[in-house]
Each structure stands twice: as C-alpha cells, then as structure tokens.
Design a protein around this ligand. Structure first.
Ligand code: UGA
Length: 399
C-alpha cells in the first residue's frame, strides 16, 4: 500500500492499514513529513513508495484556487504515478476533486481510479477512520472498486460501505460538509435572535436536536465555524453550481458562508463593545476547535484580527500551543499571563481547561473583567460573584 501525503488523513489511514491488513507493507511518501513511530515506512522518494504497491492512496491537501481545486493537489503526483506505479495498481483518491478530474487522472496516470472521500475530523481522526459513519467507494471499474471494498471490509461492516459512481461519491462528501456548516450557521442565526429578543440558544439546540430526524450534532452555537474543510467545500459547491449555470444553488450555499462571516464580525463587535475604547482583550483558545492545535481558518484568529484593527490590545492563550502568528497578537504560555489586565476575557475554543479554571487567580489583576463565553462551556457557578459573565446566544445572563 502506498500513501501519497502523510498529513492528518494519510497518518490515520496508514495507522489503520498496518493494523488491519496483516502482512501488507505500508509506505508513505511525503517530502515534508517526519517519520513517526509506528509501522508505516515514511520515504522521501515517490518511486520508492510506489514500487510494488497494489493501491496508491492520494491523501494530499486540496487547495481551493479560483473556481476549482488546484495547486499542490493530485496534479503534481499524477505524472509520477504514471511512471512509477505498478501497471495494475489502483489509484484511490481521498482528496477533493472537481468534475472531470477522475477522467484526467485516469488519462495521465494510465491507471484505474477509485474515489473514496475521507470523512474524518481533526482531533478524532484515528477513531473516525476505524468507526466511520459510512465509506463511499466510487468508480467505473468493478474490479478496482471491489478491491477497495475488500480493503475497507477488513474493519468496516459491509452495510456501511456504499458503492457508487466516482462523481456521486465526491458530491456526497461536499454535501455532507456543506450540511454540517449549514447546521452551525442555522443555530448561530438563532443566537442572534436570542440576544436581541430573549431566549437561550443552547436550550433551543437541545430541544431541536432531540427530534431524531434532526439529531443533536453540529448544533453548538459559536463565533462561527472555522478550519480548512467546511468553508472550502461550501465554496467548491458554490463554484460548481456557477459552472453548471445554476446561480440559485450557489446563492443558497453562499448564504451559509455569509451567516458565518456575519457571526464572526458580530462577535468581534460585541467583544469590542464590552471592552470599551481600547480595552484590553484576552482570547482563551486559538485552535479552530478543541483537540487540535490547528489554527488554519480559525475563527479566534479572525476575531483577533478584527479587534486589533479596532485598536484593542489582544493577548491569547491556547493549551495546544499552536504555531500561529498575526500582526499585533500576543500569544502567551499560560491563561494567567493572558488574562493579566484584561477588560474582556473571551472563551473562543471549547477546551476542557476553560470550563472551570481558577477565575479568582486568573482575574486577580483585572478590574471589573467581563467573561464572554462564545462556546457556552464555562461553568457559571465557578465565576466569582463580582465578575460579569456573558454567554453567546443568551440575554438573561448579561447583567
Ligand atoms: C469536518 C467534518 O466534520 C468531517 O466529517 C470531514 O471529514 C472534515 O471536515 C473534512 O472534510 O476533512 P473538521 O473540519 O475537522 O471536520 O471539524 P468539525 O468538527 O466539522 O468543525 C468545524 C468547525 O465548526 C469548527 O470550527 C467547530 O468549532 C465548528 N463547530 C462545529 C461549531 O461551531 N458548532 C458545532 O456544533 C460543531
């Protein structure tokens, strides 16, 4: 088994293949990757990875460029596969594609191509790949599809493996991410109404989510969805609709992005208002979600940028110690340092550390600090009585 691209997806896949395909050799090619402990051999030459492989998994990031997915995606690898892969190797694409990509990939590589989109999330990748909701395997060559079905069949029950054509598999992946984003924007739209007209968005999410047709997931109100997947796939869906001459479809999904952008702006405005002119702001959490140190397209960073532009001094702390840097943002190594002298302490990422921190100690050197909880995770019974506690999407607690 060859894995091209050893990032979050490649590593999770490599890990499971070494365990579930006894006797198989798994080799990963990624010029940027460090070899990690485990049974996957990481090499720096693509031909070395491809030699002898029956399946070549493409797990490189899909970069959105203009109206399609371009850049460091599959294109750069295709020529190498055509010269280096075994003649009967099956190319399995985990990366995002646009219409026509499968045909082009087949033509350039001169190999059979199967699309098997990945549904794992950052932070829970190993668990998600072992216990997926479903596995989609799309392609026109029955034997190639069968061979991928039999790989996944080693750990995924057959009823969860769905065969389809390659493009349907790709569209299903886009739609799944678009609908997850839509749910977050839907609940965030209600958070605006609650703050204006009364109500508690978390209670509403619980009530709505108990309808088994709706379900409870991706209904946690927040400052917006971030990360490198949801917005990318929404944009791709919009671009696709435009290419296919259906602007009304593009407008429909575009509204989900607009709701998200307005939520980010609204949260930055609210923090700025609470902080007062040039008031110091602390952001607790920079990662786009808990369980990862990833800050690409992080909403906390977007909020920080807007606050800095409004003239606030912004300090941040994140337990994952992410490598992030934006002009004017000071990132410190502890919550205590971050909260020093803050007028507003905004909880941005739902880390467990922020549920019941020692607020007395954190806010010791801050006069009249306000806690603004964008995730609804802070335990209010641990907030000192003199401290004002506000929760996104709830008017009653704002005093
Ligand atoms: C997402 C999908 O959830 C995965 O199924 C998919 O495989 C992956 O994209 C991908 O395409 O690779 P991920 O981006 O890791 O996974 O993160 P999510 O858990 O979906 O969260 C995305 C953003 O929405 C985060 O900023 C998160 O904090 C926010 N969110 C999520 C909310 O604000 N509220 C929620 O209820 C859930």
């Amino acid at each position: 088994m060859a894995i091209l691209g050893y990032g979050v997806v490649g590593r999770a896949l490599g890990g499971v293949l070494t365990v579930k395909l006894r006797g198989s050799v798994v080799v990963a090619f990624d010029p940027a990757a460090r070899a990690l402990p485990g049974r996957v051999r990481v090499v720096r030459s693509m031909p070395q990875a491809l030699k002898g492989a029956s399946h070549v998994f493409i797990c490189v990031p899909s970069l959105l460029d203009g109206e399609g997915v371009e850049g460091a995606g599959w294109r750069k690898l295709a020529a190498g596969i055509s010269t280096g892969a075994e003649h009967d190797a099956v190319v399995v694409v985990k990366s995002t594609l646009v219409p026509g990509d499968v045909t082009k990939l087949e033509a350039i590589t001169r190999r059979r191509v199967v699309v098997c989109p990945e549904f794992l999330s950052e932070g829970t990748a190993d668990r998600d790949i072992l216990r997926p909701h479903r596995v989609l395997i799309g392609g026109g060559d029955k034997r190639a599809v069968d061979s991928v079905v039999s790989i996944y069949g080693k750990w995924v029950p057959r009823r969860k493996i769905i065969r389809m054509d390659a493009w349907s598999a790709q569209l299903a992946k886009l739609l799944a991410n678009a609908m997850l984003a839509q749910r977050v924007s839907s609940i965030n739209s209600v958070s605006v109404l609650c703050e204006k007209g009364g109500g508690d968005v978390r209670a509403i999410a619980r009530a709505v989510g108990m309808d088994s047709r709706i379900g409870p997931h991706h209904l946690d109100a927040s400052a917006g969805f971030g990360g490198s997947c949801l917005e990318k796939d929404l944009r791709l869906l919009c671009a696709l609709a435009i290419c296919l001459g259906r602007p009304e479809v593009a407008r429909y999904w575009q509204a989900v992005i607009e709701m998200n952008d307005s939520q980010v702006r609204r949260v930055a405005d609210e923090i700025s208002r609470l902080a007062g002119r040039k008031g110091r702001v602390t952001l607790l959490g920079l990662a786009f979600k808990a369980g990862t140190s990833e800050t690409r397209a992080s909403v906390a960073l977007r909020v920080a940028q807007q606050l800095i532009a409004k003239g606030h001094l912004v300090t941040a702390y994140d337990p994952s110690r992410p490598r992030a840097s934006i002009d004017g943002l000071k990132i410190v190594s502890s919550a205590r340092l971050a909260c020093k002298g803050a007028r507003v302490v905004a909880v941005m990422t739902e880390w467990e550390d922020f549920i019941r921190p020692n607020w007395m100690q954190l806010l010791k050197s801050s006069d009249n600090a306000i806690i603004y909880d964008t995730r609804g995770i802070v335990d209010p019974s641990h907030v000192p009585p003199a401290t004002v506690y506000c929760q996104l999407g709830k008017t009653l607690s704002r005093t």
